[in-house]
Ligand binder design. Structure first.
Ligand code: GLC
Ligand code: GLC
Length: 837
């Protein structure tokens, strides 16, 4: 990659927050790792293992769990959410000094000994937890090899003493009885179903394998065993916790075989270590399926047929195979992140764009909203709108999987153009419990497909036959799905001509037709009150944007009739929004059930909302008549805080029956005046669109987790990934983040900074270079792979200037405007220079 154009480096924004700096770790940008250097982080700081089907979450103290594809239906190991102490259940390893009888966990939890040199290196798809205790060093590398349904724990124990050491090692995992909800509720049954087999030191968990399950888990160890345990009670001892298992205390496994109760896995290994010697032990936890008619060996017995799994186990118990798999994983991430790399004047921009934000986008794509420390893996399926937005952040990295995702999502669409709000990842079917009627949902599909086509040029996808509601025989080309999505809004307009909101729009908590008075009733699924006319200005803006995108796709197909129809509809809606949706100084939010305005200076609470400001401006509404600029000034005056832009002001101070869940949250949290980070990038994009790169970057840095690292004590969540929410100014703890990792914030921030601030944007007809930079920057450089070509981009900017690109050259040739035309053959490489005077 070419060097940075010019300008100051390592601007940390230290003056942004006036606070004592307490560090829990630091970024290692070269190694693409965040290195946590004390175990007692304000909250567990987690990472994800797995890239395809087998996944896990892992905290900096080895807490977490694993699952195959679906965190609810195929959970392999147990984790105790909301436990005290926090973060209980994990991939715990114990070491015991067999001379003194002392024992500890190299990952700090669960024994919490005072460790020397503790570190946890969270990398891309792996974590390495390491520490020393009284001269014995324990280091465990946890990762999932590409293409395999297993995880590796590579444990290295080193004797740093001057004398020989006799050390016992115990690994441990508590098995989940597969269905996570049942596992944590149905004890009258569960306590009697658990079953295992132990063969050649491998522990096989096979609860329900005797009946309808064709899958089992395995827990294997490369060393020869001094013993094992598979019954939790034998391992821990009655009334004991994971902090002092009796087996570890005594230094002797009991060879228990689980029958009912709580099956677990533990291998006991004895190590003799000369001074300076290191020994490596490999542990595998994995998942395996067998064909229904070949489950047992010998046939007719009740013994698991292990002929498929044994070669896999044998392979990964070899150090060389593990080393190779780890290298392959590192290479996979180098390739994946290599699609876009930037060098700018700001280290927080660089490390988020080049490493962490991109990584979070991939994790969000894989997990949707299922499994994190805040999503229990039980509750939510894949969101229709969420998945379409997640796509915006990863489509350039794995376009083939984006294609598959689009077709899956579209197949759950309803014949009337509407959508199930959620679908299940295993079955890929719409979720009837949550139902449909969130009237913004379908429009996001159009944005997702448009982004995919701009990135790939794969126009044949529009002709793919896709069913509605997964019903065979209902297939139409994907293109028609998009047309029906647009028509869905047009078929549901309210008295002002604005789109009816249905159950809710993007803001799931603005339930204008709900009127719920029953405690505990779900705001998402309660039957709406009949006869409402609640309308959404936000969907108005979203519609304008989506209709323009559909017009763009129609033009690609030469369907001029559709292009004209969509553009006309978009103009018509723009008009309506500017009339019924404009409050004088900002865009209104909605009209409620009774036709009363929401998000207006006429309201006592909730006068202004962030979402319509962002969405309407992104759709281009008000750019030419000053409304956009006026709206942005209002955001700055009323919503912006040092920790980010809050969702609404003033916060709702009591429950408004006619508004719904938004007013159940105490002031400053979540949708009630929290900094709902997902929405902030919309304002960054809007600022960039009106040419205010300075403010766009400023907003960006306020919520950028790396830029907030120095206030970790306030922020509390991981400094390497975005959180869904940061407490707003009305909360008792402004700046405190919650719900890290699985949030649309990841995709939208990636879009805002890479496509609008840095301005590198895929288009149907080429790659656009349209930065909107802060005055102080001297330009930047970037490498982008796009449609099979490589672009080495240098942006030169006269310091002090804040304009747009005035001149563009490609391989030295002048190119009009700011668009680099599509490459003509694969493998091309271009040197691009853009100038901002
Ligand atoms: C959550 C939901 C998302 C919704 C947002 C705002 O993040 O997953 O669908 O748009 O909250 O309510
Ligand atoms: C709650 C949350 C919101 C989320 C919704 C759907 O309403 O506040 O953020 O979108 O639940 O599960």
């Amino acid at each position: 990659m070419p060097g940075r154009a010019s300008g100051a480096r390592h601007q940390t924004g230290s003056n942004r927050f006036k606070r004592r700096v307490v560090r829990y770790g630091h970024f290692d940008d070269e190694g693409r790792e965040y290195v946590i250097t004390r175990p007692d982080t304000p909250l567990p700081w987690i990472n994800y293992l797995g890239t395809e089907a087998y996944f896990g979450i892992i905290s900096n103290t080895a807490g977490g769990y694993s699952f195959y594809r679906d965190a609810r239906l195929r959970r392999l190991s147990r984790y105790r959410y909301n436990n005290a102490p926090l973060d209980m259940g994990g991939r715990y390893v114990y070491l015991r000094d067999d001379d003194s009888g002392e024992f500890w966990s190299p990952s700090w939890q669960p024994t919490q000994n005072e460790l020397e040199d503790y570190s946890c290196r969270h990398g891309l798809g792996y974590s390495i937890i390491c520490s020393t205790y009284k001269g014995i060093r324990g280091e465990t590398t946890y990762f999932v090899p590409l293409g395999e349904n297993l995880e590796v724990w590579r444990i290295r124990v080193t004797n740093e003493r001057k004398t020989q050491a006799l050390v016992s090692l115990f690994d441990s995992i508590e098995f989940c009885l597969w269905e996570a909800q049942e596992d944590s509720t149905n004890f009258q049954r569960n306590y009697s179903t658990g079953q295992v087999e132990v063969e050649d030191g491998v522990i096989y968990h096979k609860t329900e394998y005797r009946e309808r399950r064709d899958h089992f888990a395995f827990f294997a160890c490369s060393a020869s065993l001094a013993g094992f345990d598979t019954q939790r009670d034998s391992f821990l001892g009655p009334y004991r916790g994971w902090d002092r298992p009796i087996v570890v205390e005594k230094g002797k496994a009991t060879d228990s075989v689980a029958h009912g109760w709580q099956p677990m896995g533990c291998h006991h290994v004895k190590l003799e270590l000369a001074p300076g010697e290191t020994k490596e032990v490999i542990v595998l936890l994995g998942y395996q399926e067998n064909p229904k008619n070949d489950k047992f060996d010998p046939p007719g017995s009740q013994t698991i047929n292990k002929k498929r799994v044994k070669p896999i186990i044998a392979r990964y118990l070899q150090p060389a195979a593990v080393e190779q798999a780890f290298t392959d994983l590192r290479d996979y991430w180098t390739r994946t992140l290599g699609i876009l790399q930037v060098r700018t004047d700001n280290e927080h921009v660089d490390r988020m764009v080049n490493i962490w934000n991109a990584y979070q986008c991939m994790v969000t794509f894989n997990m949707s909203r299922s499994a994190s420390l805040y999503e229990s893996g039980i509750g939510r399926g894949m969101g229709f709108r969420d998945s379409n937005q997640d796509l915006l952040g990863f489509v350039h990295m794995v376009p083939a999987r984006a294609r598959e995702r689009i077709l899956d999502i579209a197949a759950t669409q309803l014949p009337n153009g509407g959508a199930y709000h959620q679908y299940q990842p295993l079955t890929k079917r719409g979720n009837n419990d949550v139902g449909s009627g969130f009237n913004d949902d379908p429009a996001w599909l159009v944005l997702g497909v448009a982004a995919y086509l701009k990135e790939t040029g794969d126009s044949p996808i529009l002709d793919e036959p896709v069913p509605y509601d997964n019903a065979t025989g209902t297939e139409t080309p994907l293109y028609e799905h998009l047309q029906r999505a647009i028509q869905y809004t047009l078929d549901r307009l309210g008295p002002h001509g604005l789109p009816l909101i249905g159950r809710a729009d993007w803001n799931d908590c603005l339930n204008l037709n709900c009127f719920s008075e029953t405690p505990g009733e779900s705001f998402q699924t309660t039957e709406n009150k009949e006869g409402g006319v609640a309308e959404s200005v936000f969907i108005g803006g979203l519609f304008v944007l989506a209709a323009q995108e559909l017009a763009g796709l129609a033009k690609l197909r030469g369907d001029n009739a559709e292009a004209n129809r969509s553009l006309a509809a978009s103009e018509q809606m723009t008009d309506v929004v500017q009339k019924a949706g404009w409050d004088g100084a900002w865009f209104r939010r909605a009209y409620d059930y009774f036709g009363k305005v929401v998000g207006s200076r006429e309201c006592a609470e909730g006068q202004i909302f962030i979402e319509p400001q962002g969405m309407c401006i992104m759709a281009g509404i008000g750019l030419e008549n000053g409304m956009a600029q006026r709206s942005l000034a209002s955001v700055r005056e009323r919503l912006a805080t040092p920790h980010g832009i809050v969702l609404n002001q003033p916060a709702y101070t009591y429950y408004h029956l006619e508004l719904g869940e938004i007013s159940t949250y105490p002031e400053g949290y979540k949708e009630n005046a929290g900094i709902f980070c997902h929405t902030n990038p919309w304002l960054m994009i809007a600022e960039a669109m009106v040419g205010n790169g300075e403010r766009a970057l400023d907003y960006y840095l306020r919520i950028n987790p790396s830029a907030r690292e120095e206030i970790s004590e306030i922020h509390r969540c991981e400094p390497y990934v975005y959180a869904q929410m940061i407490a707003g100014k009305d909360a008792p703890t402004p700046g405190e983040a919650k719900n890290s990792w699985l949030t649309g914030t990841a995709a939208w921030n990636f879009v805002a900074v890479s496509q609008w601030i840095l301005g590198i944007r895929a288009a149907h007809d080429g790659l656009r270079i349209d930065p909107s930079l802060p005055a102080g920057w001297g330009g930047f450089s970037a490498m982008r792979r796009f449609r099979g070509a490589r672009y080495n981009i240098t942006v030169h900017k006269a310091p002090g200037s804040a304009g747009r690109v005035t001149r563009l050259t490609v391989d030295g040739r002048e190119t009009p405007g700011n668009l680099i035309p599509l490459p003509t053959r694969p493998g091309q490489s271009f040197d691009v220079e853009a100038f901002i005077q």
